[in-house]
Design a protein around this ligand. Structure first.
Ligand SMILES: [Fe+2]
Length: 310
């Protein structure tokens, strides 16, 4: 029986009402300036609501919201983001969330606030002793959800999973595989490099090589991610059976060529195989029809794109 997984990402919901006086002298201040100068013109809650409505119509088995629900990691923003996503759960569509770098913008945001506010959106079928990774099952597919977000200095946006999380993930992957489950990984930061996106060192996943080894070793058929605000789908050089798919932001009103348009994603799996990667683009008024790609049409990453080393 086929399993469908929908994706929204980088919805960056705005609500600065939770800013405290001290925030105006820290990293959140630079985030606020950045938002006002660039993102306020581009990000729209209407696009997010349209994406939610579309996924409610489609009724996939699972929806993954792959990080960056907020702008500066405020609880007020997270509450507003979950309110926008609520129609999915109200319609009975299982939906999970985990953080992106903007949700762990400052150290204060890493003290469990995200997990407390979003507890109902992180109900797992399996997990270790720590909050991440956690596993959600949809039929014979097990989706392993990671947290790659760490607070970093202003302007930087890199991430790290850490040895502990990778070790916990290996244990969970082995257990799911022994149940006969097919593995999908979900993470915020990218596992392949889109050459069109500059300054990789400022925004990469620092332990991406170990993450890719894990995906290859346990035979994950799909790694879905956000972060880049750029559509990029490739198969790993060292393990071509692993498809890595990143879609653009699900809140942007941009209607320039597809890689940077507002997007939502859909993945179809059957048994131990990925059947197709679907992307729907925002056309200025609605999300259009799915553009489907079959794995055999997805290129293997070039040497230039690969992040396998290290
Ligand atoms: Fe983002």
């Amino acid at each position: 029986m086929s399993v469908r997984i929908g994706q929204m990402t980088d919805i960056h919901v705005r609500d600065f009402s939770g800013m405290r006086l001290s925030d105006w002298f820290g990293k959140r201040m630079t985030g606020w300036v950045n938002y006002q100068s660039k993102r306020a013109k581009e990000y729209s809650a209407e696009v997010v609501a349209a994406g939610v409505a579309r996924l409610v119509e489609e009724r996939p088995d699972l929806v993954v919201v792959s990080g960056d629900l907020t702008n500066v990691g405020l609880e007020t923003e997270l509450v507003a983001a979950l309110r926008l996503l609520a129609p999915l759960r109200e319609a009975g569509v299982r939906t999970v969330v985990f953080p992106g770098n903007h949700d762990m913008y400052v150290t204060a945001a890493t003290r469990g606030g995200f997990e407390r506010v979003a507890a109902d959106w992180q109900i797992a079928d399996a997990r270790g002793e720590r909050p991440y990774p956690f596993v959600v099952r949809a039929g014979e597919v097990s989706c392993v959800c990671f947290n790659s977000a760490i607070p970093v200095p202003p302007v930087l946006a890199y991430g790290r999973l850490g040895r502990q999380q990778l070790d916990d993930a290996a244990r969970l992957c082995a257990a799911e595989r022994s149940l006969g489950q097919t593995l999908v990984f979900a993470v915020h930061h990218h596992a392949t490099r889109a050459p069109e996106r500059p300054a990789e060192w400022m925004r990469n996943l620092r332990d991406v090589a170990a993450f890719r080894r894990l995906a290859a070793e346990y035979g994950a058929v799909l790694v879905l991610h956000g972060h880049n605000h750029y559509e990029h789908t490739r198969r790993l050089r060292e393990a071509p059976g692993v498809v890595v798919s990143g879609i653009s932001s699900s809140t942007t009103t941009r209607t320039d060529p597809p890689p940077r348009r507002g997007q939502i994603g859909m993945y179809e799996l059957d048994g131990a195989a990925l059947l197709g990667v679907g992307v729907a683009d925002w056309d200025g008024a609605r999300f259009g029809q799915w553009r489907w790609t079959t794995p055999s049409d997805i290129p293997v990453e070039s040497e230039h794109e690969s992040l396998a080393g290290g």
